[in-house]
Design a protein around this ligand. Structure first.
Ligand SMILES: Cc1cc2nc3c(=O)[nH]c(=O)nc-3n(C[C@H](O)[C@H](O)[C@H](O)COP(=O)(O)OP(=O)(O)OC[C@H]3O[C@@H](n4cnc5c(N)ncnc54)[C@H](O)[C@@H]3O)c2cc1C
Length: 338
């Protein structure tokens, strides 16, 4: 591990000024920046310890005042500060009552200890968990290398990887909470070097590998997430989140789904269906949404939606099991929505 200095940011302006005034050596293109921000530190300190990131300075944004509140407004919806921890989110009754799928996703993420440390902003900005990407010995596409090690049909260990949109990088995004946030059409508020805030719809926040292999989100190293906004739900909004993992106690997702529906009796007026650990970004399944539009919520239609979602799947050598897995959890989510 290289030597680095530690800076305790007192405000957003203070933190942003630090990244503009420091020069550091970085091992991979996509983490370019003068210094790195640290919130919960669960992910970024791993990168430093593994020698994948060599910052000159770590700027701790965890204690900046005002980034740790959860507020609900009937018109604006739920505003969640980027430094709110996953544990705080999990115990918030308003989120449970109004955004059940988000509550369920947070409760299934990581362990209680990790949820105490991890923040929502850090969760969205964390890097993917592909073991080749996280190995200093493998220069993959995302680190300006010339190949994807996971994709190789014989030697690639790709059981956890993408079955959709896996044309270049085949990693999946690490945030399972983002699956539920996307189903609720959340937006991410970002402040940049000029101090101006912009709200980015979460569908546009994540960057596909096909669009830019060096980025997983639109965030640059000189920008900070300040809030995540969930639009106000109507009284006919129902939601559910289902995650499948290898170990029941806690684990990264092998496949997860969030469904948010506007319902009228037993009919789905409109559906928002998002898959996690299916593609390099949280993936909105338009075919599944269309299959449920104005349809009765029953086994038969849920199965049709699941089939439609998986019609675009192109599994790799070791992850074909994900296709029936997704079919099963999509059907389960639709039929059990409440
Ligand atoms: C064993 C294990 C299991 C896990 N399981 C799950 C899981 O099932 N589901 C899931 O969703 N997550 C899971 N996680 C992720 C974890 O919960 C954290 O959310 C994540 O590691 C990062 O959160 P953090 O606050 O510690 O971020 P940090 O490590 O502080 O930061 C992560 C990245 O985000 C940047 N960053 C942090 N905050 C901001 C901000 N406000 N604005 C801009 N950039 C920012 C940092 O610069 C860094 O690049 C797991 C982690 C571990 C170690």
């Amino acid at each position: 591990m290289n030597k680095f200095s530690w800076y305790e940011a007192k405000s957003l302006e203070d933190a942003l000024e630090q990244v503009n005034s420091t020069v550091s050596e970085q091992l991979y293109e996509s983490s370019n920046g003068a210094a790195v921000f640290k919130s919960g530190g669960v992910d970024v300190l791993d990168w430093v310890k593994e020698g994948l990131l060599r910052p000159e300075k770590i700027v701790n944004i965890r204690n900046i005042p005002g980034l740790d509140t959860i507020r609900f407004d009937k018109k604006e919806g739920m505003s969640i500060g980027a430094n709110v921890t996953l544990a705080e989110l999990a115990s918030n009754n308003e989120i449970k009552e109004k955004y059940l799928a988000v509550h369920q996703a947070v409760n299934h993420a990581a362990t209680p200890q990790l949820r105490n440390m991890s923040t929502l902003g850090g969760n969205l900005a964390q890097r993917n968990r592909c073991w080749y990407f996280r190995s200093a010995d493998h220069q993959c596409f995302r680190k300006a290398g010339d190949r994807c090690f996971a994709r190789h049909s014989e030697t690639g260990e790709n059981e956890n990887h993408a079955i959709i949109d896996n044309g270049s990088c085949v990693s999946v995004h690490a945030s399972s909470i983002a699956t539920a946030l996307m189903a609720f059409n959340a937006s991410v508020v970002i402040v940049g070097e000029d101090g101006k805030k912009r709200a980015v719809g979460i569908d546009d926040f994540f960057v596909t590998a096909a669009k830019d292999i060096s980025m997983e989100t639109v965030l640059t190293s000189k920008e900070i997430i300040t809030d995540i906004i969930l639009p106000p739900p109507s009284k006919n909004t129902k939601s559910i989140y289902v995650k499948h993992v290898a170990r029941e106690s806690y684990d990264w997702s092998l496949g997860d789904v969030a469904v948010v529906m506007e319902v009228s009796g037993d009919t789905c007026k409109e559906a928002s269906i998002v898959l996690g650990a299916a593609a390099p970004t949280p993936y909105r399944s338009v075919p599944a949404q269309e299959a449920m539009q104005k349809m009765n919520i029953n086994d038969e239609n849920a199965e049709k939606a699941a089939e439609a979602a998986m019609s675009v799947a192109r599994p790799l050598s070791k992850n074909a099991y994900k296709v029936p897995l997704f079919k099963s959890i999509i059907k389960q989510a639709i039929t059990e929505i409440s």
